[in-house]
Design a protein around this ligand. Structure first.
Ligand code: NAP
Length: 245
């Protein structure tokens, strides 16, 4: 039986694990970083917590006789993706990467695209604004550099304190009418988000477009080797000759 390790923390990883767990020829382990206190229900054997860098992951691949590594982590989870590439190469483990394409800009989008959270904080400008921070909780501290704004922060687990911020807890997927209501009721002037791609969190982007609100969007570099859909991963896994797996 082939042992598949899926690096997860995304809707897609959960879906992949559910799909592959149903197959009698595969043994599936789904790995989470362990950041979320109550993760959504998952299929397969679950493990949680870091491996201890690329070396630790390489050791784990060897010790657990992993046949194929699937990196289905979030497009902004850059360290684990780098570690996966190193560990796969070091151990000769075939690696498949699943990554959603970024959202493309639509004609009515009012986007300012930036590379980092520090640039996003600076791009908010000198005039005090009401800002919706939809970036998760890990990088909220970057906005301490722009304390003259009033922030609404949404995250799954509580975000660190930011002076003058209101914090709300919610887990996607989100629907456009709800996002329009949230932005309107909180009199939001500007949205800050990551260009994560995928449907689950796109509603805030389309809501901003409907309301003609500016968006500061943190960009990422696309991975040219990544596959973008679950059927593509399944096909590469089950018909390995197509991908050299
Ligand atoms: P990161 O910066 O790339 O990774 C930091 C460290 O966390 C890694 O070096 C690794 O620790 C551990 N880690 C990350 N993902 C792991 C996994 N699936 N299984 C085991 N260990 C993992 O990652 P991050 O941005 O903090 O994201 C953490 C998790 O949240 C990821 O699984 C990601 O898919 C999910 N997520 C991230 C975002 C985002 O915007 N960054 C959004 C939604 C979900 P060791 O070096 O000790 O192995």
């Amino acid at each position: 039986m082939r042992h598949i390790l899926i690096l997860g923390g995304t809707t897609e990883a959960r879906a992949l694990a559910a799909r592959f767990t149903a197959r009698p020829d595969l043994r599936v382990t789904l790995s989470l970083a362990g950041r979320t206190s109550a993760p959504a229900p998952q299929s397969g054997n679950l493990r949680s917590g870091g491996f201890g860098g690329a070396d630790g992951l390489a050791d784990w691949l060897t010790a657990q006789s992993v046949d194929t590594l699937i990196d289905a982590t979030h497009p902004f989870a850059r360290r684990i993706t780098a570690h996966a590439a190193i560990a796969a190469q070091r151990t000769g483990t075939p690696l498949l990467t699943l990554s959603r394409p970024p959202w493309p800009r639509q004609p009515d989008d009012l986007w300012t695209e930036v590379a980092t959270m520090a640039e996003a904080a600076a791009a908010l400008g000198p005039a005090p604004s009401r800002v919706f921070l939809a970036i998760g909780r890990q990088e909220v501290a970057a906005f301490r550099a722009a304390p003259h704004h009033a922030y609404l922060i949404r995250s799954i687990d509580p975000a660190p304190d930011l002076p003058g911020a209101t914090r709300i807890l919610a887990r996607g997927p989100f629907a456009e009418p709800d996002e329009i209501r949230l932005l309107t009721e909180n009199r939001i002037d500007i949205l800050v988000a990551k260009n994560s791609g995928g449907p689950a969190t796109y509603a805030k982007i389309s809501a901003a477009r409907v309301l003609r609100l500016p968006v500061i969007l943190i960009q990422r570099t696309a991975n040219p080797d990544a596959l973008t859909t679950i059927p593509e991963i399944e096909s590469a896994l089950l018909h390995p000759a197509n991908r050299g797996v």
